[in-house]
Design a binder for this molecule. Sequence first.
Ligand code: SF4
Ligand code: SF4
Length: 316
Amino acid sequence: MSDTAKPSQDKSFFGFDKNPSNILPTKYTLDSKIKFRCHPGVPCFTQCCRDIKIVLTPYDILTLRRRLNMTAAEFLHVYTEPTYLQKVDFPGVIIKLNEQGICPFLKSAAEGCNIYTDRPTACRYYPVGMAHFHEGAQEEQTAEEFYFVVKEPHCKGFEEDKTWTIRDWRADQGVDLRDRMNKGWMEIVMRRKSFGFQATLSEQAKRMFFMTSTDLDQFRKFIFESSFLDSYEVDAEILERIRTDDVELMLFSFKLLAAMLFGTNDVKVKEEKLKAKIEEIKKKQEVSAKTMEEKADADMRDILAERERIRQETGK
Ligand code: SF4
Ligand code: SF4
């Protein structure tokens, strides 16, 4: 592929939405080696910063808006557009490309990325992806975990004379910190994916996922300015931390999401609220059973009345 040819639009860290024909059919470990180098001297430099779809994780948004000194709402408005995370039925955001289809953080084709030290997770992973954890599970990583390499025709980095282990490549790209920060969120996404579409999410659940994934300012208001704390048990020490610390707040949001979406015990509903809810459900069921009983009685009365009318008309 020539330098001017259009790259694919799959520079995503979600390995499952890549073009499978570009994924090398090899499972890599941390000690596996790859020959690759990306630097301003490659003929394709910055070709992969255009015509792309870059899904932002909550930590990406947090670091980018801090770097740009913006509120979450300002950042979302200026630099992102909504998307649907493939196959998981969750709303998310991607970087909004400019009219020429170029990432707004590209300084120039020769100079590269303007926010390089804070670039999003997807840009750091490329071209090494991780087969994430184990679909549907949420504990520690398992033997199932492995890495894969995406080799797209336009990318000339594979022709460079530099060999790394996957471990060193990831360390060089600062991926480990991103993995730690994204882990809770990725587990929710993967767990949701494992359910497929059999379990439909309510609009309320989707709104909660979107808010926690994109706008921590709003999420903090939700915690401290709504009736949330009347219903949920949150340790006083954690509350103090999440009041001012954005990273702590983000990590807490993942736990709350897991509890709300999948019923984990990470954040618990207060005992009295739980009891009140159970009572409310019971009452509703009783009312519903009573209504059904009354309806059945009414139907029976109608049938008997109709029979009587026919008997009188026909004399039978
Ligand atoms: S954020 Fe930087 S590295 Fe990533 S696509 Fe944009 S310009 Fe390229
Ligand atoms: S070598 Fe690959 S990753 Fe680097 S600029 Fe070229 S296309 Fe992008």
